[in-house]
Write a protein that binds this ligand. Structure first.
Ligand code: RIB
Ligand code: CA
Length: 313
């Protein structure tokens, strides 16, 4: 089976970095056509820089990185330095990138790639706010039917919110974009906090990263050491939740995840619940199912896969 062609849309962020590394370490299963940066965890200039830092850490400087939207569609940008640090990649001391940003806007890259590649052969993997994806769909509506699948990290249902009492960060930052994506008719898989909060980097798992003894293994251990503070303090978690790597792990081993095909809608009216993903998990409404909303993960299997693949870089 040929590798899946994907575009990673991202706001690095330590967990985004691990997701990108997992994808770049898995060329038999994943062909990364490009990486598109979006404002989210930190402003766009930093997410576009961090994406290149990670490509260089992986030794994959042939992957084009594009800068995209520097703000949500209709709201002020909200960032998460309190979680990811001022640089967005606090923890390891990684050199500034030497690879250049690719010319052109990320949204144009997404549109042009979907128009060029065979219909149904490109998967979009958003790991941050959906501003780039939604802008591409608004600017070129015909690309929706050419997308193979969207596998995204975002939202929460039973786990409720991490940036407000009801909303998960990626969706909260750009709820209008999330609504456009959820109504696009595209085959969507959602990795919400319900799953990612079960993918915790315990000390043993962090030790396994460090024991790789490679620049990648040590950097990932240092990233998750930094990144765990917020969740340990807020949730009493046993370690950092690896949100975004659940997306790339799904592409390699979908059997690690279980969920339900249900209706998911986005709150875009009430400030109280802005950005909430209203997942009809119990199918109590007659609203049509529009996404596979994941609810569980084989965490040991996930970390075994991740550690094995990181060892290849
Ligand atoms: O809520 C977690 C999500 O927000 C992750 O994608 C993290 O990187 C941040 O973007
Ligand atoms: Ca992210």
């Amino acid at each position: 089976m040929p590798p899946r062609k994907i575009i990673i849309d991202t706001d690095p962020g330590q967990d985004d970095a691990v997701a990108i590394l997992l994808a770049l370490a898995s060329p038999d299963e994943i062909d990364v056509l490009g990486i598109t940066a979006v404002a989210g965890n930190v402003p766009l200039d930093l997410t576009a820089k961090n994406a290149r830092i990670i490509c260089e850490l992986a030794g994959k400087t042939d992957v084009p990185v594009f800068a995209g939207c520097d703000r949500p569609l209709g709201r002020d940008l909200v960032t998460a330095e309190h979680v990811h640090g001022k640089t967005g990649l606090d923890g390891p001391n990684l050199p500034d990138p030497t690879m250049p940003l690719s010319d052109g806007h990320a949204v144009d890259f997404i549109i042009d790639t979907l128009r060029r590649e065979e219909p149904g052969t490109v998967t979009l993997c958003p790991l941050g706010p959906l501003s780039n994806i939604a802008t591409a769909l608004q600017r070129a509506p015909e690309i929706a039917e050419r997308v193979q699948q969207i596998v995204l990290m975002g939202g929460a249902y039973f786990e409720v919110g991490n940036i407000t009492p009801t909303a998960e960060f990626n969706i909260y930052v750009d709820p209008d974009a999330a609504e456009i994506v959820m109504k696009s008719g595209i085959d969507i898989v959602i990795m919400p906090l319900d799953v990612t909060h079960k993918a915790l980097v315990t000390q043993a798992r962090n030790d396994a990263f460090r024991a790789l003894g490679t620049p990648v293994g040590v950097a990932v251990a240092e990233m998750t050491d930094f990144f765990e503070r917020f969740d340990k303090e807020k949730y009493g978690s046993a370690g950092a939740p690896l949100h975004d790597p659940c997306v790339t792990a799904y592409l390699i081993r979908p059997d690690l995840f279980t969920g339900r095909h249900v209706n998911v809608e986005i709150e875009t009216g009430s400030e109280l619940t802005m950005g909430m993903t209203v997942a009809d998990w119990w199918r109590v409404s007659d609203r049509p199912a529009n996404a596979t909303f994941m609810g569980d993960i084989d965490a040991d299997g996930f970390f075994a896969l991740l550690t094995d693949r990181l060892a290849r870089l």
